[in-house]
Design a binder for this molecule. Structure first.
Ligand code: FAD
Length: 508
């Protein structure tokens, strides 16, 4: 969708600040309805909160305790909608909840899980069952005292890739996606916004106009309101830090654990990237710069000891191979404890008479990003006019055009076209790129055809694909967001040298 020209400055229908899951989801939905859209992200896509999640597409069992029925119902329904849209990056998981004497009584857990199963939207995911942890394999990694448990369904998502696929789909539908581009100022001029951006690599400044502005800056949403928009106002978001540790694979089976802690919180232990276990998260009020968020010693101790309360083999610091932290931009509902603050989203529409509209996005989850985006675009349409209908329910994300239960079939079909490539490489690529693996591999027959080898299965051909199709520019983008090959020992220095030859830059 081409933007109109006004005084040499292009004018878009909608300008989105922020390339996280919410900004990219809104850009995708709006572009698909026929609006001209520009999105600016000051870092890499998903470099904010959207790559630092627990990576669950879930109803949020614990939110039932806070009576967040609307959120849970909507999120439960989204699980199978998102799984069908992106069966390469989303997969079902079974969660084992060991019953812990002295914490929530068994009848409370049963009631919660009954509601979870029946609130709606579950067609393919299997229902809850009771487990005898003395006999079931899931009991083996646990201390002997845990004899009963429950097992229920949710889904796992590759969070950073979900964002990139939303951006890719938005761009395929005509949206302009700019990365490493910071919005420094947005001012109302008559019926339009005048938006100034800076390329954070070159320092070059650029101005565009838009009929409508979306502030989807996540943890920076209040900062954008104060700095870029120049408005003083109340604090709208409560920043809540959450950290995860990644340890060497702690148990052999493929199910997750949800552990209740004595402080009334829960943590998850999740099989991760084949060789690891992901453990998290924490909930800590956060006041500093979201870009500087990092795990603290107290959080490491907390996660190790909470998991060790359940596991036969304690989780110790020396098993940690990686950690990451993110900041939840929760709508400030003045809850007393960070873990109690609502996970629901709030869309605030501002539309002064005769002036262009603004939508601030507060809160939200990966799980509800599609619904949030649909609600957001419907609100925008009340200001700039209707263009299309809701369309994302039932639509595929790039690479996701195969049946949700047919991931193994898609691997087999792809492998059959590339008989000389290792099966485990094909399996990894299909998990990341789905049917787009065909575009990535092209006519490659052998490993040599894939070009320079950066270790851990990363080849020049994959890197080139990520640069050309997925806005990747740095080793960090490639090793820690588009893939997690940093965890598997890919050679960062060699990759940085290669990126220099491609003139997309070295490290940032
Ligand atoms: P972000 O992803 O932070 O995106 C905002 C973007 O705006 C950033 O990339 C930033 O660089 C950019 N930006 C800011 N200012 C500017 C500017 N001036 N110009 C240009 N760009 C700008 N949800 C789930 O559904 N399941 C989970 O399991 C889950 N687990 C979580 C665990 C943790 C620890 C955390 C922190 C969150 C979790 N969430 C989960 C919630 C989910 O990750 C977030 O709600 C979601 O990612 C927020 O996305 P966003 O787009 O609003 O923000």
């Amino acid at each position: 969708m081409a933007a109109a020209q006004t005084e040499d400055r292009p004018t878009f229908d909608i300008f989105v600040i922020g390339g996280g899951v919410n900004g990219c989801g809104i850009a995708r939905d709006a572009a698909g309805r026929g609006f001209s859209v520009m999105l600016a992200e000051m870092g890499d896509l998903a470099s904010g909160t959207s790559s630092a999640a627990t990576k669950l597409v879930h109803g949020g069992l614990r939110y039932l305790e806070y009576y967040e029925f609307r959120l849970v119902r909507e999120a439960l329904a989204e699980r199978e909608i998102l799984w069908a849209a992106a069966p390469h990056i989303i997969k079902p998981l079974r969660f084992v909840l060991p019953y812990h004497k002295g914490l929530r009584p068994a009848f409370v857990l049963r009631t919660g899980l009954f509601m979870y199963d029946h609130l709606g939207g579950r067609k393919l995911l299997p229902p809850t069952r009771t487990l005898d942890l003395v006999r079931d394999e899931a009991g083996k990694p646990l201390k002997p005292g845990y004899s009963m448990g429950f097992e229920y369904s949710d889904c796992w998502v590759n969070d950073a890739r979900l964002v990139v696929l939303c951006a890719r789909d938005a761009a395929d539908r005509g949206a302009a996606i700019l990365t490493r581009t910071k919005v420094t100022s947005a001012r109302r001029e008559g019926a339009l916004w005048a938006i100034e951006m800076t390329d954070v690599e070159s320092g070059e400044r650029r101005m565009v106009r838009a009929k409508f502005l979306v502030n989807a800056a996540g943890p920076w949403v209040d900062h954008v309101i104060a700095e870029a928009l120049g408005q003083n106002g109340a604090r709208n978001v409560r920043l809540v830090k959450g950290s995860h540790i990644v340890v060497k694979k702690h148990y052999a089976h493929d199910r997750c654990y949800i552990f209740q802690n004595a402080d009334n919180r829960i943590i998850f232990a999740i099989p991760y990237e084949d060789d690891f276990t992901l453990i998290g998260t924490t909930d800590i009020d956060y006041k500093d710069d979201p870009a500087k968020v990092a795990i603290s010693d107290e959080e490491i101790d907390y996660l190790c000891s909470a998991a060790s309360e359940y596991f036969r083999e304690p989780v110790t610091r020396d098993a940690i191979v990686w950690s990451y932290s993110g900041v939840r931009p929760l709508f400030d509902d003045h809850a007393s404890a960070a873990q109690e603050a609502t996970r629901d989203y709030v869309l605030r529409l501002e539309h002064p008479e005769g002036a262009p509209g603004l939508l601030d996005v507060f809160g939200g989850k990966l799980t509800t990003h599609r619904r949030l985006s649909e609600d957001a675009v419907e609100k925008i349409e009340t200001v700039i006019g209707k263009r299309g209908k809701p369309w994302t329910k039932g639509a595929k994300l790039p690479g996701g055009d195969f049946a949700p239960t047919d991931f193994a079939g898609e691997v087999t079909r792809t492998a059959a076209r590339h008989l000389e490539l290792p099966r485990e490489l094909i399996q990894r690529l299909v998990r990341l790129y789905g049917t787009k693996t065909a575009v990535l591999l092209g006519d490659a027959r052998t490993v040599t055809d894939l070009g320079e080898d950066f270790g851990a299965g990363l080849s020049a051909r994959e890197v080139d694909y990520l640069i050309e199709h997925e806005w990747a520019r740095s080793a960090e983008d490639i090793l820690w967001r588009r893939t997690k090959l940093g965890l598997h020992g890919a050679d960062r220095e060699k990759l940085e040298n290669y990126l220099r030859t491609k003139a997309v830059g070295g490290e940032r």
